[in-house]
Design a protein around this ligand. Structure first.
Ligand code: R1P
Ligand code: URA
Length: 290
């Protein structure tokens, strides 16, 4: 018997769209570009030859169109892994649940989900402007810990070694390590993006080691993260969504990758606030390769 989803669990709006994204099933392409900033959606869609539909609700703004013959949806997520929980579950539901019968479809559709974001760079080879692709993501956000099969999809070895090397303090909550999709990594990072581990943090300030007026629980954590190395991989960057995106995609059978442009150089303590004109270069690369 196909799994049934009650009204309170899968909320469908009166117009047949999913609760938060306000998209209807036919409006979503199988290739989806995810961006944090709703304002970045129009920039991505400015490259489309044709626009099919545009839907906006809260921080979730989407445009579906065509780029070089490929049907693509660009969807903003807003900031944080809690929003990724909403976006990925609703995109998956739009493809894999029949909204009329509220049951799981017999055929599974695999989505290609590529996040184009901004990030902070932690290594000398990641100054401002660098394009960084996430080979693995470590989540400080805790989202995947709520799901069954968590240990099956996580890289438990890297997780344990990370906690050991950085002398992890338990009050922060359990970090998890997940792989981004290998095939997408080869296709999109190709040979010109820096690859490695990305940490997705549950905040921009304290969780990324930024101390404004509130002192940090572990002021040495960033130095230990910068020094972490395991099986030839180091932590290149901090952002706020890649772990939940990669983890939920593994749980739901989708392909996901995060690519970011460095806008804050955490080592040199510099930031590029004029990045909005240069992130278009990363957008074009991803659109060409997706
Ligand atoms: O530029 P976006 O995609 O929003 O990504 C980064 O920027 C935001 C923080 O400023 C977080 O969402 C972080 O992941
Ligand atoms: O330092 C940074 C820059 C962008 N986004 C982040 O999450 N961190």
């Amino acid at each position: 018997m196909a799994k049934y989803f009650a009204e309170s669990e899968l909320i469908i709006n009166e117009d047949g769209s999913c609760f938060h994204l306000h998209l209807r099933p036919e409006q979503v392409a199988d290739k989806v570009i995810l961006v944090g900033d709703p304002g970045r959606v129009a920039l991505v869609a400015s490259h489309f030859e044709e626009k099919e539909c545009e839907v906006s609700s809260r921080e979730f703004h989407a445009i579906t169109g065509t780029y070089q013959g490929k049907r693509i949806t660009v969807q903003s997520t807003g900031i944080g892994c809690d929003n990724i929980d909403i976006v990925v579950n609703e995109l998956d539901a739009l493809k894999n649940i029949d909204f009329k019968t509220r049951t799981e479809k017999p055929e599974h559709t695999t989505l290609t989900l590529v996040r184009i974001g901004t990030c902070g760079g932690l290594q000398p080879e990641c100054p401002e402007g660098t394009f960084v692709a996430s080979q693995k993501s470590i989540g400080f956000d805790g989202l995947i810990n709520f799901y069954a099969r968590r240990n099956e999809i996580c890289d438990l070895e890297t997780e344990a070694e990370f906690k050991r090397q950085v002398k992890w303090i338990d009050q922060i909550g359990n970090p998890y390590c997940v792989d981004n999709n290998k095939e997408l990594l080869e296709q999109i990072a190709a040979d010109d993006m820096v690859r490695g581990i990305t940490i997705a943090c549950g905040g921009f300030y304290g969780p990324q080691g930024r101390e404004l007026r509130a002192p940090l629980a572990d002021p040495e954590l960033n130095a230990k993260i910068e020094a972490f190395e395991y099986k030839g991989l180091r932590v290149n960057n901090f952002e706020m969504e890649s772990s939940a995106l990669a983890g939920l995609s593994l749980l739901l059978g989708h392909k996901a990758l995060t690519c970011c442009m460095v806008i804050a150089n955490r080592r040199a303590k510099r930031a590029n606030t004029g990045y909005k004109s240069t992130i278009d270069n990363l957008i074009k690369v991803v659109l060409d390769r997706i």
